[in-house]
Design a binder for this molecule. Structure first.
Ligand SMILES: N[C@@H](CCC(=O)N[C@@H](CS)C(=O)NCC(=O)O)C(=O)O
Length: 200
């Protein structure tokens, strides 16, 4: 299996976190700069990372890759078994992408621009969800899941996006600390990702 990833890409980070939680060893092709490898261009019509190749299967879109990995490597499970709970988790993933990753993607596409609107929207949307971060040990759940694997790369990047979490929303910081302490989270980090917090 091969994962095409970028060292600072939050979507690649979601997938690397899943790999790490499940202890899956994989060849990681680290893409740098604008020139993409020929094989990636052939495998993925959108030329995006992360892209996962498992024999003759080529997958793109982080959520599709994450769900595939969870089914292909069932232990530890990162989605509930019950259909209603699964649907709720899928909806949470959809909303995280629609409400939070849309802002993250805007900021990431041209990091040198100020992106005041996207940063403000991301901050306000996170703060509005503050209660959901404290209701249970993990997001919406007693068990760690793909939802947490998707949220953590965003929270890790908040200092880089110059987004502060005020004390009134300390549930978010506490949740982040819990996730960042996980050995699998630590080992999911690339060197540039580690530096994002060292520099903060
Ligand atoms: N929805 C996107 C999410 C992934 C994404 O936005 N990836 C960015 C990097 S973080 C990307 O591939 N940009 C083009 C590139 O890096 O060449 C997808 O198509 O998979």
């Amino acid at each position: 299996m091969t994962l095409y990833s970028r060292a600072s890409c939050p979507h690649s980070h979601r997938v690397r976190f899943v790999l790490s939680e499940k202890g899956i060893a994989m060849d990681i092709v680290n893409i740098e700069g604008n020139k993409l490898p020929e094989d990636l261009l052939e495998l993925n019509p959108y030329n995006s990372v992360p892209t996962l190749v498992d024999r003759d299967l080529a997958l793109y879109e982080p959520r599709i890759i994450m769900e595939y990995l969870d089914e292909r490597f069932p232990h530890p499970p990162l989605m509930p078994v019950d259909p209603v709970a699964r649907a709720r988790f899928r909806l949470a993933l959809y909303r995280i992408e629609r409400d939070w990753y849309s802002c993250v993607d805007e900021i990431e596409q041209s990091p040198s621009k100020p992106h005041l609107r996207a940063r403000k929207m991301l901050r306000e949307s996170l703060l509005a969800a503050s209660e959901a971060f404290s209701a249970k040990p993990y997001f919406l759940s007693d068990e760690f899941s793909l939802v947490d694997c998707s949220i953590a790369p965003i929270l890790w990047r908040l200092p880089r996006y110059e987004i502060d979490i005020p004390v009134q929303a300390k549930a978010i910081s506490k949740y982040a600390e819990r996730i960042f302490k996980r050995p699998a989270f630590k080992s999911s980090l690339t060197e540039p990702e580690r530096e994002m917090r060292e520099a903060a």
